[in-house]
Ligand binder design. Sequence first.
Ligand code: HEM
Length: 125
Amino acid sequence: PPSPAPPSDALYRSLGGTPGIERLVDASLARVHADLRINLFFENTDLADLRRLLIEQICAASGGPCVYTGRSMEEAHSGMNLIDEDFNAFVEDLVAAMNEVALAASTQEQVLGLFGPMKPEIVGQ
Ligand code: HEM
């Protein structure tokens, strides 16, 4: 029988591959870090570690050649008691970062399509 089609790396390529994802994550983390609504959550977080894991996660989820080695979203955010407003602030910072690195609207929609479904594992844990 024919082998199944390989997973598409179209989104990974639209993001500019790993260098593009690195720029996006750097722009996002800079905004989150400066965001008085949510930056206290990251007070005790190793930002270099978080940066590496976010890059892996976005690379893997967009079809790139990476393996995510971090914890599950539920585990990573448990005990934070995050609410809708926290999640929305984080997503707002992400959107501002996507505009900053000039991602096309269709690419932005696909990235939000990856992140949106994770909300139930992140909020209220
Ligand atoms: C779709 C949205 C989100 C994604 C994709 C995401 C992704 C991640 C990832 C990959 C990690 C690292 C996991 C690990 O340490 O093994 C992490 C950790 C973390 N996230 Fe999120 N996150 C999201 C939303 C949020 C929100 C809304 C907040 C708070 C406002 C938040 C706060 C944190 C903090 C503080 C850590 C570090 C935990 C620690 O230092 O142990 N995250 N997140």
